[in-house]
Design a protein around this ligand. Sequence first.
Ligand code: RUQ
Ligand code: CUA
Length: 766
Amino acid sequence: MSVRLKLTGTSLAAGLLGLAIAAPSFAAEDLKQVMERRGLTEKNILAAAKTYTPTGGRDEFLAFSSGGQSGHVLVYGIPSMRILKYIGVFTPEPWQGYGFDDESKAVLAQGRIMGKDITFGDTHHPALSETKGDSDGRYLFINDKANPRLAVIDLHDFETKQIVVNPLFRSEHGGAFVTQDTDYIMEATQYAAPYGDEFVPLEEFNEKYRGGLTYWRFNNEKGRIEPENSFTFELPPYSQDLSDAGKGPSDGWGFTNSFCTERYVGGTMRGRPPFEAGCSAKDTDFLHVTNWKKAAELVAAGKIGKEVNGMKLISMEEAIANDLLFLIPEPKSPHGVDVTPDGKMLVISGKLDSHAWVYSFDKIMKAIADKKFEGKDPYGISIIPIKEVLHTSVEVGLGPLHSQFDSKKCVVYTSIYVDSMVTKWDYCEGKVLDQLPVHYNIGHLMTMEGDTVSPQGKYLVALNKLAIDRFNPVGPLHPQNHQLIDISGDKMELLYDMPVPLGEPHYVTAIRADKLKPAVRYKSGWNSRTDTKSEWKTRAGREKIVRDGNRVHVYGTVIRSHITPEIIEVTEGDNVSIHLTNLERAQDETHGFAMYGQNVQLSIEPGKTASASFVADKAGVYPYYCTEFCSALHLEMQGYLLVQPKGYKASGVEAVAGTTYTEADYNKQVETNIATQDVINSVVGFITARNFKDFPPVVALVEDATDQLGFADEAKAKSEAAAGKKDWNNAMLWANQWWQYQVKTADMGLRAKTYLEEHGAVEVKK
Ligand code: RUQ
Ligand code: CUA
């Protein structure tokens, strides 16, 4: 479309009339021929029909996947498996300007460790916010295993707003897991370490190294974690692993498993057998059961918890004395613990056991009430015997890891790592229902809202660690393989393989798409990272460059197709901040801003204000431009930063443009503009003759077109004023600018017209 618009009013009109172009004809293949040519079976075609999403179609669910080592989150649709977005979280993400604009640099800076920028993240477990145990589509949380951090993403704009660093831990794995009303987010250590930066020799492992479990307080109104209202359970130096929070009857309690309760420290080069041998020697490890609700009350009342590194730490003695912490043995080398949708049972799997075990929450409470303990661990924590709490155990396959639930009652799916399969089983009756091979070595699996109180069934995604032979080879580092599985029938059916080439995505969580209500634009002049009006907000016509000593602030704007200011002059050594506000109101009219040699790349979505700060430490010429193909004249959306040497004096000679224009040029341009106006009028006629007000996207386009036409009128007036003075050069240039605005108007108008045609708008009587 834009190419055609760049031509003249006449070709614009041809486009509008939809003149057919004669094309050579080939006999179209029918379905059978295509199947034969591509070697597809009927089963393949059925699977394709279940995932194929025609153009403009929407997905029923959105999945938020950890981006593994990339430190990002990926968003994709289900069942189409089309990737929609990468959200920068712990790592810079250039397209979004994340880590390049001042606003997002401030977010990343929250994640510094010991004063160092950490520019990767080992993201593992995304968690969606919940209300009464149900996904509510407001926030997403994700953890970083390598550097114990937790991030908050607001689903109103899919941007990262906050990163908190755990001040006690040196690694973590079991986060993020939310309590049923998102009051707290659980984060547990993985590898025990001393709390704090000091050196402690490994000989003091049992006494001075510690695990832990933090309950981060989340302020649901502000959408931010409150470290000052959070607390941490001191735990033995076992390797705590995944957690899950109770819900319904078990709300108020949290469950965290662990491995290496042997507290073994390897050291092959010191003549000791490796970690892997010593950490899997015992037949059982421990599930930690924590009463967070009572703990929160006692901490708030100042009865327990002392501040360590700015975090309230509940010592093991305090937890034991107040009945806040218990242990239950669980099968060898446990990994996932998953609370059933009704909150009554826990499904636990051990990587080195072929069974999944189901514990009853009621029975756990009863054992605690009756003090049915089989002893204490070396730190004095009471151990509840398995036999007191076991509901059932089922042989599901070798290496069960994680479980997710179906909308069908009592149905659960467990990932089986060693056997590379998914086992569907009944946790009430304790029997296997179905098994499906996956490719290969599945880690997590995920069903739609399958960790909430109301799983949606329908689909399951297997997150396979190895792809091996599934895709075209791309060198020794293979993509990960997410496999979509239809779980609507009695038998699981494999539908689709999706390569994930970004990092190892440990976990994914999905939500019904209709629960999300993302914005299409920001309020004008918005700092999207703090979600407040930006102090650098700039309105059209108010652009300015403010200098205070060697501090230069540029208050600028961007709109199709120019950056204001187009020339910025500073002096060598100046501290420069360029603040740009996107004046667009139209959907998807993002502008970028990149500059030579300064590591500047902004993404300025409609309404956003973003800032780039740098020291102009070298004299020179620095072109800048918009990095989004935003309009026909996108390439012309450009400017220059001129860094003048100290003491530079301008020559005083006025610059001469390469081309000058005559009265004839002016008249020719005006003629084109009049023809273009006819086209615009015909489009406007088409739109207004129809019920366009019934289509909100069209209303937005019409608003934007009206804006552009207003700008066209201003340029037209300037052009006519110059013509009145016989200043043909300026008359021609402003006439051309008038035409540029007309083209943008027509562009919007045509988009609206197409939309109306495609969505069955009807003519209205005037
Ligand atoms: S993990 S594959 Cu959640 Cu890091 Cu189990
Ligand atoms: Cu704005 Cu290209």
